[in-house]
Design a protein around this ligand. Structure first.
Ligand SMILES: Cc1cc2nc3c(=O)[nH]c(=O)nc-3n(C[C@H](O)[C@H](O)[C@H](O)COP(=O)(O)OP(=O)(O)OC[C@H]3O[C@@H](n4cnc5c(N)ncnc54)[C@H](O)[C@@H]3O)c2cc1C
Length: 399
């Protein structure tokens, strides 16, 4: 490998108490929670809209806030964002029983989930954060960090203005891929099974518009022939440019193929929008002092920061220990969303929108309170979360 040497003398253009890197669901929740605790917060987002996979990635299904048995599991910002996602209207799966005072039996029948419009949700989230005093920086990629004495002292970004740095007290990594943790030298793990191709897109016909949730994982066995079989065999890790580019190219080709096929029976069909970021589920996560597993259903942890249900199964609820959010090496760095410390089985549960909001709120609150997460007074963090309307114990009586 050949190298080119660069001389870097990066200007420090500002200082924040909390920098949230990545404006997906976890980042929105973290920035909002930190700002509500009175911290000076910057949210740095590589794209030009908030929401990450949920909006730019067109994953417009807010999976359940409930346990599937008629009890609400997740509260706080997770519930607030649920309502925000449909403030200007919903697109499907409206949970009447939950939003309009249904009976316990009705809540058991229909889970507390909804389909929202991604663009309206992104704009509503932006307005919410601006109102809370969060400084939003778009088109801004965190490309490096400076670590001094076990703490990140500066976050280095690249955007249209060039390469610049911010001084910082605490950093929340909500890039979805634990990018900042990896840059800072924190211990991380990759998802070994890697991701199958997904190509969700919106299309319109004379009869209206709809979301096509297309992924080769959904292809029936008998249709897994030729090109499709090759796609099923193909997996994408999600932390390498080459793989992500290939994934986007293949997803575009699949969308074209699917639309042209639809047009054979309905010539009025055309695509309206497609994902502008790769639809990867699990990529890289931190390895912290505690790694949560699906077997730890209804287990109480002394450092629980929130409760989530299981979108895949009715019944299980989980407390999330605070230890799953921060690593061992870098004291003022915390993560939330797709990259917390969980086993592969649990990863599929914690990566979804409600869980990302729960961990985001806890990470943002913690970042506003401390610049050393291993010594943070967890009782104080829990008190703040309870005051903000969160539920932290799975033993609490359901509403
Ligand atoms: C195909 C598919 C189907 C899914 N189905 C559902 C579903 O039906 N319902 C559900 O609830 N969940 C679903 N999920 C999961 C869910 O959408 C996501 O896991 C969740 O939205 C992730 O939120 P996040 O904030 O952790 O990460 P992300 O949404 O990935 O957000 C990370 C953000 O960080 C930004 N970023 C990344 N790197 C940098 C950097 N270096 N500097 C600055 N910004 C950066 C990105 O642009 C992005 O905005 C699905 C996911 C996929 C892929």
């Amino acid at each position: 490998m050949k190298y080119v040497e660069e001389y870097l003398n990066t200007p420090v253009i500002g200082e924040y108490e909390v920098i949230v890197a990545g404006g997906g669901i976890a980042g929105i929740a973290a920035a909002l929670a930190a700002a509500r605790q009175g911290a000076k917060v910057a949210l740095l987002e590589r794209e030009y809209m908030l929401g990450g996979l949920a909006t730019a990635g067109l994953i417009a299904i807010y999976l359940p806030l409930c346990d599937g048995m008629g009890n609400q599991a997740s509260f706080g910002i997770a519930e607030e964002l649920f309502h925000l996602s449909i403030r200007y209207g919903w697109e499907g799966s409206y949970p009447t029983a939950w939003l309009e005072g249904g009976s316990a039996e009705e809540k058991k029948q229909k889970r507390f989930e909804v389909r929202f419009n991604p663009q309206l949700f992104a704009i509503a989230a932006e307005q919410l954060l601006l109102d809370a005093g969060v400084s939003i920086h778009y088109g801004t990629t965190v490309c490096s960090v400076k670590v001094q004495q076990d703490k990140i002292s500066h976050v280095i970004v690249e955007n249209k203005s060039g390469r610049r740095a911010y001084r910082v007290k605490a950093v929340v990594d909500t890039t979805g891929d634990a990018d900042i943790c990896s840059m800072a030298g924190e211990k991380t793990a990759l998802f070994q099974q890697k991701n199958l191709l997904a190509a969700w897109y919106y299309y319109a016909t004379n009869r209206g518009y709809d979301l096509k949730t297309m992924g080769v994982a959904d292809v029936p066995e008998e249709e897994k022939t030729g090109e499709v079989r090759q796609l099923v065999a193909k997996r994408f890790g999600g932390v390498k440019e080459e793989e992500l580019s290939e994934m986007m190219l293949l997803s575009h080709a699949e969308i074209l193929r699917d639309v042209l096929k639809k047009r054979e029976s309905d010539p009025s069909c055309f695509p309206v929008t497609m994902a502008t970021i790769p639809q990867v589920r699990m990529t890289r996560r931190i390895c912290s002092a505690y790694t949560l597993d699906t077997s730890e259903e209804r287990i109480s942890f002394p450092d629980s920061i929130g409760v989530i249900g299981n979108w895949k199964k009715r019944g299980p609820v989980y407390e999330i220990p605070f230890r799953c959010l921060y690593g061992i090496m870098v004291k003022n760095l915390i993560t939330a969303g797709r990259s917390i410390s969980v086993t592969d089985a649990m990863w599929d549960v914690t990566r979804v929108i409600p869980a990302c909001a729960v961990t985001g709120e806890a990470a943002g609150t913690a970042a506003a309170l401390s610049d050393c997460f291993e010594t943070l007074d967890v009782g104080l963090l829990q008190k703040k979360l309870l005051e903000a309307g969160c539920r932290i114990s799975c033993r609490d009586e359901a509403d």
